[in-house]
Design a protein around this ligand. Structure first.
Ligand SMILES: [Zn+2]
Length: 302
């Protein structure tokens, strides 16, 4: 074929593979090798995500370690950061997760730990020194993340796999990524009997910074007023720090009924303040500073 025809074909192939996103409308300065997400935000390869986590742990070994808590269908090591003070009874636990839907990467959950450690306010250090622990799983679904896919390698939705005592389906975990994460938290709580799971935030994309709270499994189900007040204590700082905070409400009221989510699971099983944050298309990564301020308030208030 001629060089011109080849060029046209290459253009066609390139524009198809980006599925609506192109370098031209991708305005953030994260171009280069890596994984493009439906959020419009590009991220490092999963193995580089792990390298970053290990580097953080090497830098602060007294309070940070990496844990491989399972294996994805495609053999990726499911990896978490655990932050805690040594020889300190753990009395508080918070959980941060991202890319449970593999194509909803925000570049927030994977930078949050370092940003909190770098913050001059030292809130994370004080939280750890007072018996707090933090589990961070930046990429819950690495197979989906690497293929820019919502589901895992079986194309199963990892955020519809979480059982709920209030609803018969799903009745048990069917996906290794969700089962392993549930085990990680459950095993941590078994090993640290003085704490429960106090707070969980799952980062998704993208509905303009919307914040979802339980219940999601059925329309018209709401937590009690006192529970709602307990949630507001952690939600209000978001409204204070974010220049354009999104709507707050239940999934059925704001989006759609979603059964089998982490949102309902952490609240149902452990009574945690459990939230799902739906980031802002393309721009969420620029909000890291606001997430840090919000998280500092969360950790102060736990
Ligand atoms: Zn999602």
């Amino acid at each position: 074929m001629t060089r011109a025809l080849g060029f046209v074909l290459l253009l066609l192939i390139t524009s198809q593979s980006t599925q609506g996103f192109s370098k031209e409308n991708h305005t953030d300065k994260v171009d280069g090798p890596g994984i493009f997400s439906n959020s419009g935000i590009r991220g490092p390869k999963y193995r580089d995500q792990i390298k970053t986590m290990r580097a953080i742990a090497r830098l602060r070994p007294e309070i940070v370690k990496t844990v491989e808590y399972g294996v994805s269908i495609k053999g990726n090591p499911l990896t978490a950061l655990i932050l805690e003070s040594q020889n300190m009874p753990i009395t508080k636990l918070a959980l941060v997760t991202g890319a449970t839907h593999g194509n909803e990467y925000l570049n927030i959950a994977d930078r949050l730990t370092e940003a909190l450690l770098d913050s001059e306010a030292n809130v994370l250090e004080n939280y750890l020194a007072s018996g707090g622990a933090l589990i961070v799983v930046p990429i819950v679904n690495p197979d989906g993340y690497e293929r820019r896919r919502r589901g895992n390698a079986r194309n199963a939705d990892v955020n519809r796999d979480w059982p709920n005592s209030k609803n018969p389906q799903p009745s048990e975990f069917k996906q290794p990524e969700s089962q392993a994460l549930a085990n990680l938290v459950n095993n941590y709580l078994s090993a640290h009997p003085f704490t429960g799971l106090n707070f969980a935030l799952d980062y998704h994309c993208c509905v303009d910074g919307m914040l979802l709270k339980p219940w999601g499994y059925e329309k018209g189900k709401y937590m009690t007023q006192s529970e709602s007040d307990r949630y507001d204590y952690f939600i209000d700082p978001m409204n204070k720090y974010f220049p354009k905070p999104g709507k707050v409400g239940t999934p059925p009221d704001l989006l759609y009924t979603a059964d089998g989510t982490t949102l309902d699971y952490w609240y149902d099983k452990y009574g945690a303040v459990s939230l799902t944050y739906e980031g802002t298309q393309r721009r969420e990564r620029n909000n890291l500073q606001y997430h840090v301020l919000w998280w500092e308030d969360i950790l102060r208030n736990l």
